[in-house]
Design a protein around this ligand. Structure first.
Ligand code: GDP
Ligand code: IMO
Ligand code: MG
Length: 463
């Protein structure tokens, strides 16, 4: 049972992160784990994220609002390290309200930076200017918003709820940005007054949700509440540790969750990585195991691999255990959730990249030098497929032996236990592994030996 009284709460603060290039199924896993959470926090990223949660015959696509919002009592905090496009956020709020989801427990950091119209315009114009060197961004103004944050010319949530501050800051900033829009990109200038009025309306609507988020999280920690940090994007899209420059402009890795939420790393009990049973990537950049021929198309079709945010076709490839091991290391990952195993159901054989060939040498590590990574040739191990449906499996024993064998090999190669296996988008298409595959410890137990998810026991998590 997912109890909600603070006294009986085990201390389990969990970070969920993407172990690949995003879209690993973090939304589904967060929704699942949030049954045992009191608070769900988004720490970084913005409306470039698209997290899908399927509940019965309803599909929720969330961009900024934490996936925990579907739990009526769960507090959802959009932290300081995120960037907020208020227009998209308000659309998301309205859509959820129409679906009878309560937004009463949604809290937004006053220090989160705000995406402005000039950020979106500059994002798109800069991509066009880059031509064949484009990054393939989502066009949502993410890079320019974080750029202004670093340059210290950003507008924050606190500004859009204070009219005087907003007028002062935006008039100056828009005049400055207009020079860039006009002179560099030959775009029409923005009208400061119109933008100010638009954002004041957004500020008015969002005001009741705006809080000191790090204080709110600290209070929850003190009350021994369970806090779940929902990662956006993925490890290989990390600004510092990903495949730069083909990355996003924030830190999706586990360390980034602490920075973005404003908590110390000592409060974290568990880091759960989410990885697909194969690999996908949207946008440009190197992808050693990419499959352009038939199998790639099959994975794309069976996995419905189209971006949640932009609708772009996701590039598909075999599972890459080299980047997987790297993600385990960079995130200090305790255990893995493997999603979309069912997508491999039809295949006669399945390949896994176990190492790279680089300059005639075998390389077992992710090369942080981007030029080297772009030249990496995958060295594959071929495993037999199972050629039967896994969609109705509810325990490891139900899985065909080749599927279990495949999971064992992934855990062995990544040197981390598998604690959750997902075999469909629905909540019930999930196997919580009691004894994690290849695990030295019960990966879903916290330091006190209490499960961090009570998924099997809870029947009260219906909308
Ligand atoms: P996120 O950004 O990491 O939350 O992932 P997305 O929601 O962008 O993409 C994952 C997609 O796969 C969504 O459409 C999910 O509904 C779907 N999905 C999640 N887990 C599974 C699974 O185990 N099997 C299948 N077939 N689909 C899944
Ligand atoms: P979720 O949270 C997959 C990718 C973009 C592009 C690069 C930079 O749903 O996993 P940006 O707009 O962030 O400047 O684009 O990052 N990207 C994602 N890919 N899933 C995401 O989020 C992504 N967010 C950004 O496609 O390659
Ligand atoms: Mg996504």
């Amino acid at each position: 049972m997912c109890t909600k009284q603070a006294e009986s709460k085990p201390l389990a603060n969990v970070i969920v992160i993407g172990a690949q290039w995003g879209d690993e199924g973090k939304g589904k896993i967060t929704d699942l784990l949030s049954r045992s959470a009191d608070v769900v926090v988004r720490s970084q990223g913005g409306v470039n994220a698209g997290h899908t949660v399927v509940v019965g015959d309803r599909t929720f696509k969330l961009h900024l609002i934490p996936s925990g919002i579907l739990g009526p009592e769960t507090e959802c905090i959009v932290g300081s390290g995120t960037v907020i496009d208020p227009q998209v956020l308000l659309e998301e709020i309205d859509r959820l309200k129409e679906l009878n989801v309560s937004l009463q427990n949604l809290f937004i950091s006053q220090t989160a930076h705000v995406t402005m119209p000039y950020h979106r315009l500059i994002d798109k114009a800069a991509e066009e200017r880059r031509g064949k060197h484009k990054i393939g961004t989502t066009g949502r103004g993410i890079g320019p918003t974080y750029g202004d944050k670093s340059e210290r010319t950003g507008i924050r949530m606190i500004d859009i709820i204070h009219e005087e501050d907003l007028r002062k800051k935006l008039e100056w900033t828009i005049n400055y940005k207009n020079v860039i829009l006009e002179k560099l990109y030959h775009l029409p200038p923005l009208e400061p007054k119109a933008v100010i009025e638009e954002y004041l309306i957004y500020g008015d609507r969002l005001r009741p949700h705006v809080v000191d988020s790090s204080l709110k999280i600290a209070t929850a920690v003190q009350e021994r509440k369970n806090i779940l940090f929902e990662g956006a994007q993925g490890t290989l899209l990390d600004l510092d540790h990903g495949t730069y420059p083909y990355v996003t402009s924030s830190n999706p890795i586990a360390g980034g969750a602490c920075v973005g939420a404003g908590v110390g790393p000592t409060i974290i009990d568990r880091v759960i990585g989410v990885a697909k049973a194969y690999t996908t990537r949207v946008g440009e950049g190197p992808f050693p195991t990419e499959l352009e021929e038939e199998v790639g198309k099959l994975l794309g079709e069976r996995g419905a691999e189209f971006g949640t945010t932009t609708g772009r076709r996701r590039r598909c490839g075999w599972f890459d255990a080299v980047i997987g091991r790297y993600a385990v290391r960079i995130n200090g990952m305790d255990c893995l959730a493997i999603t979309k195993l069912d997508v491999l159901d039809e295949l006669e054989e399945i390949k896994v990249c176990v190492a790279y060939e680089l300059d005639g040498e075998t390389c077992h590590h992710f090369p942080s030098n981007g030029n080297l990574f772009a030249q990496a040739k995958p060295i594959y191990q071929t495993l037999p497929g199972w050629q039967q449906s896994t969609a109705n499996c509810r325990s490891l024993e139900d899985l065909p032996k080749q599927a279990l064998n495949y999971l064992h090999r992934l855990a062995e190669l990544m040197e981390v236990p598998i604690a959750i296996v997902s075999i469909g988008a629905s909540r019930h298409q999930t196997i919580i592994v009691e004894d994690p595959i290849h695990g030295p410890k019960r990966a879903l137990l916290d330091a006190n030996g209490t499960p961090v998810t009570s998924y099997h026991d809870s029947d009260q998590f219906q909308l």
